[in-house]
Design a protein around this ligand. Structure first.
Ligand SMILES: [Zn+2]
Length: 327
């Protein structure tokens, strides 16, 4: 196009600069010839290209027709998903655990108040957070743990021996029973000296759990059942559990509770087993999961068996257990 312009420009200039008609016609004839030549060429190019496009479109439609005839077209079906069953406590579909709310405390017997460390809240929260993450993964998001931490350490009314007794074997169940009853009276009863309205509210539809970081020995957890029986032996028989595993407690604010020695939560190395894996192991007793070991015999490699000695990130809940939890 630029070559044509160069050729045409002097001729057209000549027309403008000459007299009105002088030399006009011959120049116009040259231009017209060029124009008609160009138009003729353009027309044949246009016709050729259009023909190719039309042939290409015909081939495409023939190909689509063949595909429709011999292959068919995808059909989309919509189908209702079967509703997933609700996660529940171990072997008990009547106790939903889709939402678990933990009320967490740092409890210190009166004669051990000097052992309180300034970062106690950080230690407790670190264990709660790791439990929350682990639980979410193990339950595929079908059960959620939330927590709140009572804002100050609770200094007990009594000295350590009166919570622990002489026998702290079996994880120190007496401390769990006595400490949780004291927390119940002081924090959850409106007449209690540490009563707080925030901690009074148990949201409906949640499974409430009491978590105790204890300034003393112990690591134990369990479910709290309502029972029409008064004697531990009768309750054990009704629940199909061994006699020694039943303790009668007066705790209304929780359906499950657990207690762990603070030293074991500070650093894993401080105890034979410890840290967030121990915290989570005891927590899982609060929804009814039993130990997977008997003395030295480990019956599972998961967190309820030998996995409790590992870091929490390296362990899991086994398939047999999660099936009993509605997963
Ligand atoms: Zn255990």
């Amino acid at each position: 196009m630029s070559n044509l312009s160069k050729d045409l420009t002097p001729r057209l200039t000549g027309v403008r600069n000459g007299s009105k008609h002088a030399g006009l016609n011959p120049h116009v004839c040259v231009c017209e010839r060029w124009f008609f030549d160009f138009a003729r060429h353009s027309q044949s190019w246009y016709n050729g290209t259009m023909l190719k496009i039309i042939i290409a479109l015909i081939l495409i439609f023939v190909a689509l027709g063949a595909m429709y005839r011999y292959i068919g077209v995808p059909k989309i079906y919509s189908e209702e998903y079967a509703e997933l069953p609700t996660a529940h406590s171990y072997g008990d579909p009547t106790r939903a655990i889709s939402e678990i709310s933990i009320n967490a405390f740092y409890f210190v017997p009166q004669n051990r108040a000097e052992n309180i460390v300034p970062n106690w809240r950080e230690i407790l929260e670190n264990n709660l957070q790791k439990l929350q993450e682990f639980h979410s993964v193990q339950f595929l998001g079908r059960s959620r743990v939330t927590y709140r931490i009572y804002p100050q350490p609770i200094i007990g009314f009594r000295d350590g021996i009166l919570y622990d007794t002489e026998d702290t074997g079996g994880g120190n169940p007496q401390a769990l029973r006595r400490v949780s009853e004291e927390i119940e009276k002081r924090v959850f009863d409106p007449k209690g000296d540490l009563y707080m309205t925030d901690f009074d509210v148990v949201q409906s539809g949640t499974y409430p759990v009491l978590a105790i970081m204890y300034e003393g020995v112990g690591s134990i957890g369990g479910v709290i059942y309502e029972s029409k029986f008064e004697l531990a032996g009768d309750i054990a028989k009704a629940l199909g559990l061994p006699d020694g595993s039943i303790f009668i407690v007066n705790v209304e604010s929780a359906d499950g509770f657990f207690l762990v020695n603070k030293l074991c939560l500070e650093e894993q190395e401080r105890c034979e087993m410890g840290g967030p894996a121990l915290f989570a192991h005891e927590f899982y007793h609060t929804i009814g999961i039993s130990d997977e070991y008997d003395g030295e015999l480990q019956t599972s490699s998961d967190i309820m068996g030998s996995g409790r000695f590992k870091r929490l990130e390296e362990t899991y809940l086994n398939k047999k257990t999660v099936r009993k939890l509605g997963l």
